[in-house]
Every structure is written in structure tokens, then in C-alpha cells.
Design a protein around this ligand. Structure first.
Ligand SMILES: [Cu+2]
Length: 230
């Protein structure tokens, strides 16, 4: 009897002190349909850029891997729970080979964004948000970095270079940490989620977004997405 009471006490304490265990959402994003022939990016207009590549530069609008997996897909929780841990490490957007790296970037409101110029060439970073304030900043060859912070959550918006018209990236700002961007293998993981049912969105810059309802308990819940042309 005493032992049983002891066990029950431990269980009761455990139930009180451990909130819902954190889980994650993992999955793969693939593309289904005819693969459009996207022209390679030509950088001849700036020999400094062209020199950084041997031949044509692959178009980044649709980045496909083996089996139709897709990169540059922003996956995020739409009805995010409150209380997620803030990301404080700077996110990085580099200008490298007269391209933006990464092409799609998610970060949190208030999280610093470090913008690098690894090229040693003149770039001009022109961010075009609608909710946050926009900025337009020249980065001469000698300017290697500056830091900018977006204050409000905002859907993906364009960043472009006014010197090189082919340069473009997308930035999304969240008021929670539950987002990820796929690599060319199409895989993503969003972790640290309390148990619950979430609407998860897979966003691509041109294709229609896909939304899926995912229930997270303890451990990893699975959510795969297939993007298609309308
Ligand atoms: Cu540029």
C-alpha cells in the first residue's frame, strides 16, 4: 500500500511539473507535373558576376531533386501556439556569386538579419516588404555586411538587387519560431511544438500553397506536401 501511494505521488508530481511534451513535424515536399524549362540565369551584363561562374547559372525558381523533391519551400505553422522560444542568433542572407544565399529565408520579428556581401562587387539590397519598412541600400565592393531587423510578422516579400536585375530572394517574418525552408531534398523539420493540431502551410514563390492539418503528440508527426501547377 505504501509503495503504491509512493508511485501515485510520483506520477502526480510528474503530471504537474511536465507540460505537454514537445513534438515535431517532419516531411518532404515534392513537385508533381510537367517540369517547366526555366532559362539559366545570364550574368553577362556584369562581367564581374559572369566570371564567378563557369557557364549558365541554374534558375532558382524551381529547384528539383531526385524524385521531384523541391527546395526553397517555406513550411510554417499557421495557427502557431504562443510561447515559442525566440530566435536570437542572426539569420544570414549572403550575396555570393551575384545570387542570394539562401533564395528563401524565414526569420522572426526582432531577430537580426545579417546581410553579407561575399562578392567584393557592388550590390544594392532593396527589400520590398508591405508591413515592415522597406530599405534600399547600396553595398559597395568594400562593404561586407550590415544588419537589419524586421519588427513585424509578414508574409514572404521580395528582396532584389538594383544593380543585377536577375538577383531576387524572398523573406518571411514570423512572430513564432515554427517554420523551416526545404533544401533540394525537399525535407523539413519544425520542432519544439507542444501537443496540438496545427495547420501547416507549404509556400512556393509561384506555385499555389498547400495546407495540411497535422496533429502533434509526443514525437514526430509526419506531413508531406505535393505542389502542382494550377
Ligand atoms: Cu547585385
Amino acid at each position: 500500500m505504501r509503495k503504491r501511494l509512493y508511485t501515485l505521488t510520483i506520477l502526480a508530481v510528474a503530471a504537474i511539473s511536465v507540460p505537454a511534451l514537445a513534438g515535431s513535424i517532419q516531411g518532404t515536399v515534392t513537385y508533381d507535373g510537367e517540369v517547366p524549362k526555366l532559362p539559366p540565369v545570364r550574368m553577362d551584363a556584369d562581367p564581374g558576376c559572369a566570371k564567378k561562374h563557369s557557364g549558365g547559372v541554374p534558375n532558382e525558381v524551381l529547384v528539383l531533386g531526385d524524385g521531384g523533391t523541391v527546395g526553397n519551400i517555406l513550411v510554417y505553422v499557421k495557427n502557431a501556439p504562443k510561447g515559442g522560444r525566440a530566435k536570437t542568433e542572426p539569420a544570414v542572407l549572403d550575396q555570393d556569386g551575384c545570387r542570394y544565399e539562401p533564395h528563401v529565408l524565414g526569420l522572426m520579428a526582432g531577430q537580426p538579419l545579417k546581410i553579407l556581401n561575399s562578392d567584393g562587387l557592388l550590390h544594392n539590397v532593396h527589400a520590398l516588404p508591405a508591413t515592415n519598412s522597406s530599405f534600399n541600400r547600396a553595398m559597395p565592393a568594400t562593404s561586407t555586411e550590415f544588419v537589419h531587423t524586421f519588427e513585424k510578422a509578414e508574409a514572404p516579400f521580395r528582396v532584389k538587387c538594383d544593380v543585377h536585375p536577375w538577383m531576387g530572394a524572398w523573406i518571411a517574418v514570423f512572430d513564432h519560431p515554427y517554420f523551416a525552408v526545404t533544401d533540394v531534398d525537399g525535407k523539413f523539420t519544425i520542432d519544439g511544438l507542444p501537443a496540438g493540431t496545427y495547420e501547416v502551410v507549404a509556400w512556393h514563390e509561384k506555385l499555389p500553397s498547400q495546407t495540411s492539418k497535422v496533429t502533434v503528440a509526443d514525437g514526430a508527426a509526419k506531413a508531406d506536401f505535393t505542389l502542382r501547377k494550377p
